[in-house]
Design a protein around this ligand. Structure first.
Ligand code: DON
Length: 305
């Protein structure tokens, strides 16, 4: 298959969609982006890469970081983690408060904000002040890139405007589902969201999930095979919030989006993909990114279905 040619076709075919959608502005620093930007990277298990567009451009990974924190927490706590965060789609927006009250402070899954805040809390319980460096080191390892860091301005913007996340963490604290100081946890969560990566680095960082939990080129096992299966299935069913069904319907791959405009996707036993385009659909997922992945699985027949 000529993947480079397929990327070139996709870049042409998404042009009409670049007009649609809206960049995230509830975190003001996120609005300062080139709105028509587009990048897409593919990396196969053998390390062969295909890239198009601004694949070196760094953007904040936002909710894609939830895959890394969930992976670390699952590795530490195993099934016990599910006592504090579920594994069902929420059918609600990523920052919704309503369900959390009904369900007594237990978030539906680790990919909505409440669930990610709980997984970060589980990491703070273990790593204390060293939690963010641990998350960052982990990302450096799985992406094979030592220069990755977070963006201070985006971090500060999240801290200043993160009213809903503060509401979520306080509600969960009231239900005794947050073990640590809420400021320590929320600061770590915001820092992980403001980590800057490009599509090449993000695609590479997902390869272990395409390879039963093991980084292909180093052969280092990150999680067990059953755990890799769980992470992928949660990405499929919950990775795009209340658009997860729609993403599975159109794309048919495990995937995770972030309001920075990135989406990662996994083709089991074959490759990992990352696409970037900052304008979002109503559910907060990259509009062009979703379309590009739909075109990819249609052209290649590489959906899991
Ligand atoms: O906490 C927030 O709202 C953001 N830092 C992350 C949300 C996000 O990326 C949702 N994704 N599509």
């Amino acid at each position: 298959m000529n993947y480079q040619k397929i990327l070139e076709e996709i870049k042409e075919e998404i042009i009409p969609f670049l007009k649609k959608g809206k960049v995230a502005d509830y975190i003001p620093a996120l609005a300062k982006v080139e709105v028509d930007d587009f990048a897409m990277s593919i990396i196969k298990l053998d390390g062969t890469e295909y890239n198009i567009g601004s694949c070196q451009k760094l953007f904040s990974i936002q909710s894609i970081s939830k895959v890394f924190s969930f992976t670390l927490s699952l590795d530490l706590y195993g099934k016990d983690l599910y006592k504090r965060v579920g594994h069902e789609p929420s059918g609600n927006p990523f920052n919704s408060l309503i369900q959390l009250e009904y369900e007594k402070g237990i978030p539906r899954n680790p990919f909505i904000n409440a669930g990610a805040i709980v997984t970060t809390d589980t990491l703070v319980s273990k790593y204390k002040q060293n939690t963010f460096p641990t998350i960052l080191e982990f990302i450096k390892k799985v992406s094979g890139c030592q220069t990755i860091n977070f963006d201070q301005d985006i971090y500060k913007s999240e801290l200043e405007h993160g009213y809903r996340n503060l509401a979520l963490i306080n509600m969960m604290k009231s239900f005794n589902n947050i073990e640590n100081n809420t400021n320590d946890v929320i600061e770590t969560y915001f820092k992980q969201c403001s980590i800057m990566m490009n599509t090449k680095q993000l695609a590479k960082s997902m390869l272990f999930l395409a390879n039963h939990g093991t980084i292909p080129n180093t052969n280092e096992a990150i999680v067990t095979e059953p755990q890799a299966k769980r992470i992928n299935s949660l990405m499929l069913t919950c990775g795009h919030y209340d658009a997860s069904g729609d993403f599975a319907f159109h794309v048919g791959l495990p995937g995770k989006s972030g309001v920075g405009g990135g989406i990662v996707a996994v083709v089991p036993q074959k490759m990992a993909i990352c696409v970037y385009s900052p304008k979002l659909n109503k559910q907060g997922n990259s509009l062009v990114g979703t379309k590009a992945l739909e075109l990819f699985t249609t052209k290649t027949n590489l959906s899991i279905f």
